[in-house]
Design a binder for this molecule. Sequence first.
Ligand code: ZN
Length: 346
Amino acid sequence: MAKEKSIEERIDQLHADGVIDLHFDLPMDLYEKRKRNNVLKTEFLPELEAGNIGAVGVAIYIEDRYLPETGLRVALDQIARLYAEAEQCPRFAICKSYQEIVHARKDRKIALLITMEGIEPLGTDLNLLRVFYELGVRAIGLTHARRNAAGDGGIFAPTGSPRDGLTGFGRDVVRQCQTLGVIVDLAHINPAGFEDILAITTKPVIVSHTNPRRYYDIERNISDEQIKMIGERGGVIGVNSVLVSPREEESTLDRYIDHIEHIADLIGIGGVGIGFDFFEFIYRQWPESAQKELAAKFTTPHFIPDLRNHSHTRNLTRRLIERGLSDEKIEKILRGNWMRIFEELL
Ligand SMILES: [Zn+2]
């Protein structure tokens, strides 16, 4: 009993400054519920608070059905809903810089960092990147799984992604991101595009939500060689909770931590963070036909039973402690490494 209590106290201390998750598909859900108010407060805040979440990367993502005609409009509306919802609940603050994140945390607010997953909202117009920057977008991944004007996504299979690297437009977007102060996110990009981005950037880059191919060998994830490239650049890799294993029985909290430890073994504890990609709340809202379409196009997601939403974050920290990681290392994984990236780049 005494030992039990001390673990919970350690979790409290480790979570005191707030855990950071760099990938959450919040804006698309707020957009689908745009006729309602206080969605953030009633549907998300309780779980975020239960998990002591201090900052979240919230990703603008445009579903196929809106493309190409209304991609820009839906992206703007997703951002509009984020601002409206954050205004309705003073527990949230949309942050555009490291200093704003620090201030938000001092006020015990949850910092929302707007990110973009796939540059479809830009079309082929580089000018719009500046507009999205002004609206608060501070991290951009060029592609989701599908091809777009910037490049190709890695497929959900061990080989077979398009061999092409970035397009000229994709290269322009990456260069402009570095000029503006937008974090370049390599999640989803195909292996050729991954190498191109590293060749034309000089600052640290991130992979907001991905996993080592060692335990889930698909080109949507990243190889040991790619992990080392991120490490050499001083970047951070966020470990994903929905692509932990192709097998349901191996999609466990322990396997999630195996991914963390594998990255740390390759590039050190300073290169690994959290990018939960909690997705079950959206998946559950879909009709069976949409769930089947996802399985056919990509994969059937296996949600980790005790790490399915933000309220379960304490389960992760508890297991990290039980597996013998020091508090110093756990703090870096949960918060410190992403804060270093924010301080360096935002
Ligand atoms: Zn994704």
